[in-house]
Design a protein around this ligand. Sequence first.
Ligand code: FAD
Length: 491
Amino acid sequence: MSVYDVVILGGGVAGCVLAARLSEDPGRTVCLVEAGPDYGPDVRAWPDALRDARALPRDDVWERHVPMHRVRAKVLGGSSCVNGCWHTWPSAADHREWTDLVGPQWSAAALEPFRQRAIAQMELIPPPATELSAFATAAVDAARALGFAEVDMAATGSTPGYGVPLLNAIDGVRWNAAFAYLSAARTRPNLTVLGDSPVRRLIVRDGRVRGVVVDGRAEPVTGGAYVLAAGALGSPAILLRSGVGPARHLKEVGVETEVDLPGVGANLSDQPGVFMPLAPTPELNATLAAQQAAGDLYVSRVLARAATAGAPAGGWDLHILPVAGPPLFGKLPPGQYEAGISAYLMKPASRGHVRLHSADPADPLDIDPAVLSDPDGLDLATMRAGLRLVERFADQPAVARWTRRTGPSPAELTDEELRRRASVYWHPVGTCAAGPDADPDAVVDGEGRVRGIANLRVADASILPTAPAANTQLPVLAIAEQLADTLRRTL
Ligand SMILES: Cc1cc2nc3c(=O)[nH]c(=O)nc-3n(C[C@H](O)[C@H](O)[C@H](O)COP(=O)(O)OP(=O)(O)OC[C@H]3O[C@@H](n4cnc5c(N)ncnc54)[C@H](O)[C@@H]3O)c2cc1C
């Protein structure tokens, strides 16, 4: 039986960072355990669908043909292999919120070196001008006409405004965290990567993890320290199956409680979005077709950030996202495209959950982001403000030149219709939230230590107690870089 110094559970964005950084010290043995396949060190050998940054892959996910909020990657590299490749950074208000809840290590200044380190390692770049469609350019003109200033979307200390994100896409190839972090690290003799190895549960006894039960392996995988990095939907599920979570829920599903932690799987937060479709003119269809033929058509490349009256000082609470190209779902006849503008609520008040239906890992999880459900109706009100802004974008001459309004005004939609239409931005967080000792719902402290278990940390999106007003991959990368830095000094 192998015993590693560190066992990392989940080979996604955070898992790749941790595995690469912790194995930089040759004296430390590291094992990275990933449920999905490892397509290996040769970037060209990876499936085309995962490499193609122009579309979102449908394979290498945990479940197919499910509502959007259940979509998550099952492959080494995690959701960076299937995602939209966008990188933006939180607002000053987000950092204030996090330092209040978690501690000074998540201030803008403390995270800055790790933001920069992640950008360099992922080789993040702004999109080349050729990737902006006529519709994206029109949206930029509309943003200017509406008084938005151009801003750096991935910088610290930025403001509301319009701009382009940084991308983990190089020459059309989605540059995932496995490429960026593991390509060099894989050759190290002290790093073991186990693909196709779903973690069933941790063996927890007397406040310590004693090993990990992995499907397909006769013996538990064991180590001195364990880091959970199975994502905001995967990490709480592993903890719950291991008897770490709310005692009442564990009893309901027949799992013996090892540590009663009410916050595990609670507090699920994802950013809801509502799409306002616009009918492309024949001219827009023609220019999109030409760009697609040239291999340069990307559905979205620009965004605007806006602050409603309820936004925190120094922050923003909306992303306005214009899109034009092949539809996300379904198919259109050749030469025809989908266009429209979405409002995404970046600081939702609503909270959902991840729970088990049973202790069987093959049983699909109970995942409910409960979007637009907060009892005070704050999220519905902010969404309505966002959709009013979407309409103002759509009515700008620059945008109206390429599209026409179709269907009812979003203002006419009932609350129920808004909820039915709401999708998510695919940025789930909060299910193993970091927080102070005094908070009974906090699952980990500011360095990812799980309360009540001496040798276990969580390092992924699940530990963010609140969603940042940003896409989550860059914050997750930076926080994992910071945690790796701490662990290298303390393990
Ligand atoms: C479709 C989609 C589009 C997105 N677009 C963007 C975007 O454009 N920009 C952005 O910033 N963010 C985007 N995101 C979100 C971003 O990818 C995540 O915030 C980020 O990947 C979170 O990293 P993580 O390490 O927490 O989890 P993940 O990267 O999801 O990694 C979790 C890993 O753990 C593994 N795992 C789970 N359970 C087990 C188990 N039982 N045993 C072993 N392994 C397990 C999974 O297979 C996965 O590889 C998108 C997400 C999705 C799904």
